[in-house]
Each structure stands twice: as structure tokens, then as C-alpha cells.
Design a protein around this ligand. Structure first.
Ligand code: NAD
Length: 296
């Protein structure tokens, strides 16, 4: 049984922390939202008085926070996690954040005599609840190996993507593919529809031909062909357009830093930003088909 601090008990962090508690680990938890803490206490965790309190007298700390600014403010500076935790503590940041914040925080942790990996996830709330998330981790082999047994409780596919920050790089690159491919599939289905080709027929052909991709066969943006896709429940997420927009903006920031053009990534970000401007950012990201159809 390990002693674990867990900070950030939202839609993702809540169920991830519950799975660690269920596996018999001793959890000390903190969130700014008292209701989120209460739910974990009910699941057997101990309430910490603050984020830094959650990092005292523990072997591991997991953080699942909204963005880079939250991670920096929780870890760095006076009273931050790195100023109070014991040397040798292993930090796992599973938030999706910008690459420079991840690399800077991990460097600061190592300087303070601690270990840290960035380990963003894919798989959504369903994956967090079921303990089947995919983890993409960056950091030293040593830190990764120490963190792995905990990642294996919260997830199913665990990848070491290389040096510090590479987990975030893998995450933004993957989600840029996803955001772009969903728009491509949506455009094709709307064009087919307009030309008199029904969606099921296009699906039957394309899903076994060269247009096949995950956005079509696992998450089809039209109702019918893939019963589990959000299109069958009025685009209730799933993975919201707001979340997709966040990740595409991170990809755009990374593309500027790396001076590497990603023109389709930029265009995709603009289309999801139009969904946001129309007040539809809480639809699933596959609802981008409604924008293409002119329904938003
Ligand atoms: P969320 O907003 O539901 O949860 C974030 C939690 O962090 C909130 O409970 C908030 O109160 C807490 N928090 C914020 N600042 C804090 C602080 N200083 N100290 C303590 N707690 C603080 O978000 P989420 O959906 O759980 O997402 C968390 C991260 O996971 C994000 O980076 C997101 O991009 C990523 N992610 C989300 C999904 C998804 O489907 N929701 C999927 C993959 C990755």
C-alpha cells in the first residue's frame, strides 16, 4: 500500500483517485471544490487542508488540474508542492498542459531532489471511471518505472514517450490528428448527403476503403452507423468541442515554439472556435458536423 496525495478531483481526477483508493492505497486529497473532496472522503480518502498539505508525508503525488497556469501555481514558488514534499517523492502530473510548463516543472522537481513525469491521458471520463485510460508519459526511465504501478491501476495502455514533456507532445499531436480527421469525415458525410448518398452506404464503403479512420469507424459524426457514437444522443459528450479547442490551441502554441507549420491544425482550431463563438462548445466535438451542415 502506497501513501498518495491527489490534487484536482474534477471530472477526470475524481474517478482516477477513486480507483487508487479502491486498489487499497492511502489517499490524501485536495480540491478547491469541497464537494469533490467530500466524494473522495466517502470513498475512503483523507481530506488534506491544502494542496501542499496533500504532498506532505506521502510517497507519490498525482495532480489532475485544468491547465498549465494551475500546474505552475500549485507546484512552483513559495509554499508550492516542490517546497514542502520530501526528497524522493514521485510526482505524476496527468493534466493536459503546454509543453514548456511541463518541462519547467519537471526540471524544478528534479532540482529539488524529487522525481516527476508528465502523464496526460486520453480516454475521457468513461476511461477514468473504468480504469482504462491511455497514459502518455514523459520523464526519466527511473521516474516512469516508479510511477507505472499507479498508472496501471488508473489505465490500460501505458506508454513512455521519452524525455520530460514528451507525454504532452504525444497528446497534442494525437488530438490534432483527431480534430482534423473528424472535420474531414464530417465534410465527406455532408457532401455525400447533399449528393443523394445515404450515410450508411457511405459508411459501409468508406469504412472498408482508404478513407477509413477512427473518427469514422469508432465515433461516426452521423447517427446510425456506430450506435455508441455521440451523434446518436444529440452530440452529448463524450469529448466536448471546448476540450478539443483547448488541445488544438495547445498544438498551435507548440507549433509556434517549434517553428513548424501546421496549417490544417490551425484551420481545425478555427472551426471549433466557431462552435464556441456560437455557444455550442459543450456539444461533443463530432458536433462540428452541424457547423459544416450550416445548422450552427
Ligand atoms: P475539471 O474542471 O472537471 O477538474 C479540474 C479540477 O481541478 C476541479 O475540480 C478544480 O476545482 C480543481 N482545481 C483547479 N485549481 C486547483 C488548485 N489550485 N488546487 C486544487 N484543485 C484545483 O477538469 P477535468 O475534465 O477533470 O480535466 C482535468 C485535466 O484533464 C485537464 O487538463 C483536461 O484537459 C484533461 N483531460 C480531460 C478529459 C475529459 O474528457 N474531461 C480527457 C482527457 C484529458
Amino acid at each position: 500500500m502506497a501513501k498518495i496525495g491527489f490534487i484536482g478531483l474534477g471530472n477526470m481526477g475524481g474517478p482516477m483517485a477513486k480507483n487508487l483508493a479502491k486498489a487499497g492505497h492511502a489517499l490524501k486529497v485536495f480540491d478547491l471544490a469541497p464537494a469533490a473532496v467530500a466524494a473522495l472522503v466517502e470513498a475512503g480518502a483523507t481530506k488534506a487542508a491544502s494542496a501542499s498539505d496533500a504532498a506532505k508525508d506521502v510517497e507519490f503525488v498525482v495532480t489532475m488540474l485544468p491547465a498549465g497556469e494551475h500546474v505552475r501555481s500549485v507546484y512552483l514558488g513559495e509554499g508550492g508542492l516542490l517546497s514542502v514534499a520530501a526528497k524522493g517523492t514521485v510526482f505524476i502530473d496527468s493534466s493536459t498542459i503546454d509543453v514548456p510548463s511541463a518541462r519547467e516543472t519537471i526540471a524544478a522537481a528534479e532540482k529539488a531532489g524529487m522525481m516527476m513525469i508528465d502523464a496526460p491521458v486520453s480516454g475521457g471520463v468513461g476511461g477514468a471511471e473504468a480504469g482504462t485510460l491511455t497514459f502518455m508519459a514523459g520523464g526519466t526511465v527511473d521516474a516512469f518505472e516508479k510511477a507505472k504501478p499507479l498508472l496501471e491501476i488508473m489505465g490500460k495502455n501505458i506508454f513512455h514517450a521519452g524525455a520530460a514533456g514528451n507525454g504532452q507532445v504525444a497528446k497534442v499531436c494525437n488530438n490534432m490528428i483527431l480534430g482534423i480527421s473528424m472535420i474531414g469525415v464530417s465534410e465527406a458525410f455532408v457532401l455525400g448527403e447533399k449528393l443523394g448518398l445515404d450515410a450508411q452506404t457511405l459508411f459501409d464503403i468508406s469504412s472498408t476503403a482508404s478513407g477509413q479512420c477512427w473518427s469514422m469507424t469508432s465515433y461516426c459524426p452521423v447517427p446510425g452507423p456506430v450506435p455508441a457514437s455521440p451523434a446518436n444522443r444529440n452530440y452529448k459528450p463524450g469529448f466536448s468541442a471546448a476540450m478539443m479547442l483547448k488541445d488544438l490551441r495547445l498544438a498551435q502554441d507548440a507549433s509556434k515554439t517549434a517553428r513548424t507549420p501546421t496549417p490544417l491544425g490551425a484551420q481545425a482550431a478555427q472551426l471549433y472556435a466557431l462552435m464556441e463563438a456560437a455557444g455550442e462548445e459543450n456539444l461533443d466535438f463530432s458536433g462540428v458536423i452541424k457547423l459544416i451542415r450550416g445548422e450552427i
